[in-house]
Design a protein around this ligand. Structure first.
Ligand code: M6R
Length: 608
């Protein structure tokens, strides 16, 4: 979604703002802009389209001088993408400029109120209301004004504000939308995500909801809404900027696919000691685990697909009932929860608006929340009773790959840990699973080494219009993920079906040449999948069969085969997902798509 960068210091602000915005491009956007105090007034330059358009207008930043400024990449919600609707939005007099991520839900009422008092609006955005309110309430003190403004607005926001009345200050505040403050020497920064400022500082404050940061060249002071100082402890970022760069790959997605063995190893290894799974990071006791009456898994998109796998794994190993829900559904369906319910929330970014709201709803209803999150210190992590981090490192491509794979590993860890506490697994079975888990990074590596087979297959079919993914149980969960990955980056229409459901409707869509990816990795369901492959072949489908090395008989029914290493049923998804990721990647690459920044999508979905 939108990106924010702000700077106050002694260097020229505009080039720094442009560099920071470039690092946030991966989040998805359709226009960009900056506002800089040039020594006498605020200058605002904005443009629809890629950041390059803005950069060209500003001659790479040289055209706009000044040492305090704010910049923004906008992903349109209120009002179409246009120069006018881009941020920064300014107040009537042009004295106050605001950048905003999130949605001001009551902007219509506020706008009408201000219009009745003679304020003139120029954009269709909700954000302009914030700039106008700022001017309306301003009586000389920026913090007092911001406190007043946020007492009036409802919804979610991360805001950066500068003013020509106080060019020595840059203000920032957030609610339900991420915002960090970067600490430098004689210069300070704000950003919606760490990569934007990581080349400048590694020491940051994560703002809590409604904390107001006042940045000057002399330092940063944080206030609460009673205008009292809040003591903050800086957080040191220990990952390197190279982790957020392409490192020789053409796309972040390719790099992140190839990083999976390491990401999985980093996530698993510290949590296995002498053959035992040790989850030091969570406080959940054996008694609490025994008392769990039901587990809900709540997430969006690919994280939800991890949840579908998790349902099968957790039910199999712990014998506890598990429901998996889309966060956007869960939050509005009055789920039945109590203090013996465990809600497992899964999110790469830790900022997904629906997932965060579902988490809060679950807590309100008395449930205990355990989250699986990649971004350290994110809102979902902060609001959970327990957090297990996936150590995937920064994931930049919109299409998730390494975060998905590490989330699966954390699911295995939780399921095995709980099963051990509950006594639902024999010592031998437990030891075998732990051993298998440790072998996963090498097996993923083996799958990656065979990528040429998938590349060839993609080269034969990158022009097709429809693709079906079918599978049963774990393989159905993989079909959901394979289909989403393909459609989000290649824009090819695709459907995922539980293979047994085909004959209840969708098989009518299969005709001569329709491409079907059939996942048949599970031993006990292999024969059933062979029957499903025969059914679609009989209607003219071309089939890629994905199965394990032991099932060479797939060659008798499928047109193409891809083999993954043998593994236990619960861990096969970690191997089966890799050819699906590669398939989408190669297809999108051959079609010339903007792989890392697919149209209409954002990396972190911070609006509902
Ligand atoms: O950051 P989150 O894991 O909460 O994001 C959830 C989804 O938005 C995300 O998985 C999305 O579906 C990906 N683009 C899929 O590749």
């Amino acid at each position: 979604m939108c990106g924010i960068v702000g700077y106050i210091g002694y260097e020229q602000a505009t080039p720094l703002l442009l560099q920071g915005l470039e690092k946030l491009e991966y989040r998805g956007y359709d226009s960009a802009g900056v506002a800089v105090y040039d020594g006498s007034r605020l200058e605002v330059v904005k443009a629809k389209g890629r950041l390059q358009v803005l950069s060209d207008l500003l001659d790479g930043g040289k055209k706009l001088t000044g040492t305090v400024g704010i910049g923004h990449t906008r992903w349109a919600t209120h009002g179409r993408p246009s120069d006018i609707n881009s941020h920064p939005q300014v107040s009537d007099s042009g004295k106050f400029a605001v950048v905003h991520n999130g949605i001001i839900e009551n902007y219509m009422q506020l706008k009408e109120h201000l219009i009745r008092r003679g304020v003139k609006f120029v954009s269709e955005t909700d954000t302009e209301v914030v700039a106008q309110l700022f001017e309306y309430y301003y009586k000389g003190d920026m913090v007092e004004t911001l406190i007043k403004v946020i007492s009036k607005v409802e919804g979610s926001y991360a805001l950066g504000v500068i003013s020509q009345e106080h060019p020595d200050q840059l203000l920032a505040v957030r609610k339900d939308s991420p915002l960090i403050v970067g600490l430098g020497k004689g210069e300070n920064y704000i950003a919606s995500d760490i990569p934007a400022i990581l080349s400048k500082t590694r020491d940051i404050y994560r703002l809590e909801d409604k904390e107001i940061a006042v940045l000057t060249t002399g330092g940063v002071t944080v206030y609460n809404t009673d205008y009292e100082i809040v003591q903050k402890t800086p957080f040191h970022v220990d990952w390197d900027i190279s982790a957020a760069e392409k490192g020789g790959y053409e796309h972040f997605m390719a790099k992140e696919i190839m990083e999976q063995p390491k990401a999985v190893r980093d996530t698993i290894s510290p949590r296995i000691r002498n053959g035992e799974i040790v989850l030091d990071d969570i406080k959940l006791t054996r008694q609490q685990i025994q008392d769990i009456s039901k587990i809900f898994i709540v997430a969006c998109g690919s994280a939800y697909h991890v949840g579908v796998v998790a349902k099968y794994v957790l039910e199999k190993l712990t014998r506890k009932p598990v429901e998996v829900d889309l966060a956007s559904e869960f939050r509005y369906r009055s789920p039945i929860l109590d203090d013996n319910t465990l809600v497992v929330v899964i999110s790469q970014s830790g900022e997904t608006a629906d997932t965060l709201a579902a988490l809060r709803e679950a807590k309100k209803l008395g449930a205990r929340v355990l989250s699986i999150v990649n971004v350290v210190g994110s809102s979902i992590a902060s609001d959970s009773d327990d957090v297990l981090y996936t150590w995937a490192g920064p994931e930049i491509a919109v299409a998730t790959t390494k975060a998905y794979s590490t989330q699966l590993c954390v699911v295995y860890l939780i399921a095995l840990y709980m099963a051990r506490q509950l006594g639902t697994l024999s010592d031998e079975a437990y030891a075998n699973y732990v051993d298998e888990l440790q072998q996963l990074p090498d097996k993923i590596e083996q799958v990656l080494q065979n990528k040429a087979g998938i590349q060839y297959f993609a080269s034969q079919y990158f022009n097709c219009h429809d693709i079906f993914f079918i599978g049963r149980n774990y393989d159905y969960a993989m079909s959901l993920e394979g289909s989403l990955k393909l459609k989000e980056i290649s824009y090819i229409h695709s459907e995922a079906y539980a293979a047994g459901e085909l004959k209840h409707g969708p098989i009518s869509l299969i005709e001569e040449g329709t491409l079907v990816v059939a996942l048949a990795t599970q031993d006990q369901l292999f024969d059933k999948m062979v029957s499903n492959i025969k059914e679609v072949k009989a209607r003219g489908a071309v089939v890629l069969g994905v199965t394990t090395e032991k099932h060479k008989e797939i060659e008798q029914v499928a047109d193409y085969e891809f083999y993954i290493p043998n593994a236990s049923d619960i861990m096969l998804p970690s191997l089966a997902v890799v050819p699906l990721q590669l398939f989408s990647y190669y297809i999108a690459s051959m079609k010339g798509c903007d792989i890392d920044k697919p149209r209409n999508l954002a990396k972190s979905v911070t609006v509902e």
